[in-house]
Design a protein around this ligand. Sequence first.
Ligand SMILES: Nc1ncnc2c1ncn2[C@@H]1O[C@H](COP(=O)(O)OP(=O)(O)OP(=O)(O)O)[C@@H](O)[C@H]1O
Ligand SMILES: [Mg+2]
Length: 979
Amino acid sequence: MPLAPGPEAAPGTATQPAGILSGRPRPPHTALLIPSEHEHAVTQRLLGAAQSEGWQVLEALQASAEGLPAGEACRRLQQHGHNIISSTRAAPWYSVLWSSFWHPFNAILLALAATSTLTGDAATAAIMLAMVACSTGLHFWQAIEMKSTVAAARLSELVHTHATLIRQDDDTGLPGVLEVVVDQREVVPGDCVRLFAGEMLPGDVRVLRAKDLFVGAAALTGESMPVEKTGRRAHPPLPPLLDCPNLAFMGTHVASGGTASCMGAADHPAAEADSARSSPAGALPQKPENAFQRGVQRVSYLLIAFMAAMVPLVVALSGLMTHSWSQAALFGISVAVGLTPEMLPMGDLAACFNQHAVAMARQHTIVKRLDAVQNLGAMDILCTDKTGTLTLDEVVLTRWLDCDGQESVDALRFGFLNSFFQTGVRNLLDAAILQSGREEGLEWEAQAYEKVDELPFDFVRRRLSVVLQGDGAPLLVCKGALEETVSLCCSVEQGQALIPLDDRRRSKLLAVGEQLNAEGMRVLAVAVRQLPTAAAALQAATAAGTQAAEWVEGADGDPPKETARQAVQQLQDKAVQLKVLTGDSLAVACSVCSDVGIPTIHTITGPELAQLGAGEFCVAVQRASVMGKLTPGQKARVVAALKGGGHTVGFLGDGVNDALALRAADVGVSVDTGSDIAKEAADVILLEKSLLVLEHGVSQGRETHGECCCNTSKYIKLAASSNFGNVFSILVASAWLPFQPMHPIQLLTQNLLYDLSQTAVPFDRVDASYLAVPRTWSAAGLGIFMLAIGPVSSIFDITTFCLLWFVYGANSPERQALFQTGWFTVGLLTQTLIVHMIRTERIPFVQEVAAWPVVLMTAVISGIGLVLPYTPVGAAEGMVALPLSFYGWVAATIAGEGPAGCGYVASQQQTAAKFITCHVCRRIHADCAAGKMDLHQNLLQLALRHLDHGSQQRPTAGVNTCSARFIAECEEMERNNIS
Ligand SMILES: Nc1ncnc2c1ncn2[C@@H]1O[C@H](COP(=O)(O)OP(=O)(O)OP(=O)(O)O)[C@@H](O)[C@H]1O
Ligand SMILES: [Mg+2]
């Protein structure tokens, strides 16, 4: 029963019955939206509800156990607004401004400004404050520009979550007879909600009646095991709010519970005592780090390590040469600031991802986490379930047979009874059985029974049982996967007689099932047993050795999708390997897979996997393309093992049993029609369950990766390598000059201008060839860039030093201003313009021009760098006018440094790529020889990855030849292997 917000709710926050208001940890920006007194009042009201009897809570909410009348619900919806969490609204501008200001770069600048003020250098302090304003303004503009929170909120509105409510029908006036499924946003305070396994709580609720209701609250409390909730009144002393046994909160999910209704009608009694507590959705773990996060982290560590090594050296050398340790320390701090690519907060990336996410929404793909867009592009293995992805999701019951393969209405009758009374996970199989049963006129038979208890379906046992009370003795009806159910039976019905189910008959039955499976039919078995008492029936259902008096069989067909084959082909063309992970039988999965073009040469089942050790498990899952009879935990383990093998793994699934694997994957993909818990665990939601839609998503993910990450990593490489060169030059200069090669303030200005010039790089164009294969963000290549570009730029810096020292006579502390201005200009221009040479292999501006934002920004910043020494700001920073002839040297340095740097990088890359090529080749050959790798399945994939390795390092003739040779070798080996 969702609880109403109090009258004291602030306008605009009253749109939800409870949810975020109830005292759980909140996202930071909601703190500004929800007054804490209000939160306190809500907490008190919830605690009050926990201590009251159910009817008292109902009375307080002016509601009844029969549900709200439809008209009243409408009125409440108008009064309270939609049931939406306020946190999805945009943070106010002042909080955005504050977070833009609160940045390490600004903190250092403010500290430097304070130091300068204390030493009486007001001009320097003023410049530093201007830089703070500039950097804050830039970050603020980026944040406002991207409006990512607002856009993300709008995107999530496209994904629908439903809730089952009990409402009174105003027309008939009959109470409690209407069970309506509505959008979660339409749930109002006072509504009675029925809860099913796998569903998310639509609000904060006071449980009124429940049996075996287990709620997973890992998202709120961090507690991974689901906890039981009951409808009983709580007595003081009360536990903390989140642990109250009769309160359940928005954001948590129903882990198990059969008929565990929050508020159920009398004809829905409780579930069996020992229900499926090991429900797959029971313990949804935190999302592990994904490929993108791992990559970003590695890059950050590299930069930090570099800074930690260089800065103390600079301080020591500068202190020794100038004998002014305070100046040396200040200089060291400026160098440290210079080494951080601070204009690249993740804001830039987020803005870029956000733009792409909005574009993807137009293609029916909703991105819940922004970095998931690029993970979709980086994905090289896609694990998918079968139903609805490869098949039409249209299950029709086609046959109902007895043990001899003859049509048997009894089979349908008991199947129908089981499906009719079960209240666990909603399921297409049950819907199909119910439909056929109704068509055969069996519905009235259900009236003769009353459900005594239920053991809900779970994906490990793969069966479900109901205990029914008719005229005679209680009847246990069990329905489930063929093998699992038959393994419990000891006799079969033949005519009116019961005959023992011996091994021969059992194998015959299983063979018939397999034959049907091979035709793409799913086969379920139904077993029944009459027992003296309900308690005995319950015991029999719980125990393993149920003795079945009857055995019957039904078959369900779900034809493959027409578009599946095309989508599989397109994904394979994009170098994405497909693996089918299903809980269904292997034979059915293989039948569907061969229809849609997924190889079925290497397959494995869950029970087989369970026998393997960790190492063998990894090899087996890398090799197999179809895996059947997997438990939910095994699906997640397969995903984790593939990730451990260095792949970026996607998982597409919609069931309660897919939630764990969705969470484990680098990118979890679910569908709008999927179960709540799957949608909660996923990073991407498809509004249409289709591999074709996903294939578009992959293309867009690659573009996103290219435009956002490739360019951004280009930015980081450039920033890190040119800073490395600068610091190297500073080291040389500090060891040589009796003064500082550049004033700290000049260094900071140069750094700020350079960073500004690079803010446009993420919006640069990317080559089409870059999009052909999966890409991951990595620090690989950064070292080469730093080691190649750094020394080359240092050589040109040193020639500049010599020029200034020997030719222009800037060789004493009195003439240091000329030296510093000269190096400021050369350094800024070369750093700023080198991006045009690094970004393409062709001749910049002649054969290839960068995107206009890059051209514009670099031109503007170079212009500023050239005129700054002639402005009052430049003068305040201690710059002087440069001799005109010096600009000729500047032009020559730029002309020389670019090509020299590029040439050197190319040669370094070629060597590195060759090394990688040979290294990869050697490893693959060795693995193949040792039989660790399956040639047929993996070679082409590896070849593509290998080619990718080469092209990531900028393809050169040598690398391409090597890759081509490698692919030829692979094909040759494959041919030999097959023949
Ligand atoms: N409602 C049900 N009643 C009885 N048995 C069921 C029911 N639902 C599923 N099963 C059994 O459990 C097996 C696994 O379930 P299911 O096929 O839904 O798994 P899955 O991994 O979600 O498959 P998919 O990959 O097709 O989505 C089924 O093949 C069937 O034998
Ligand atoms: Mg499924």
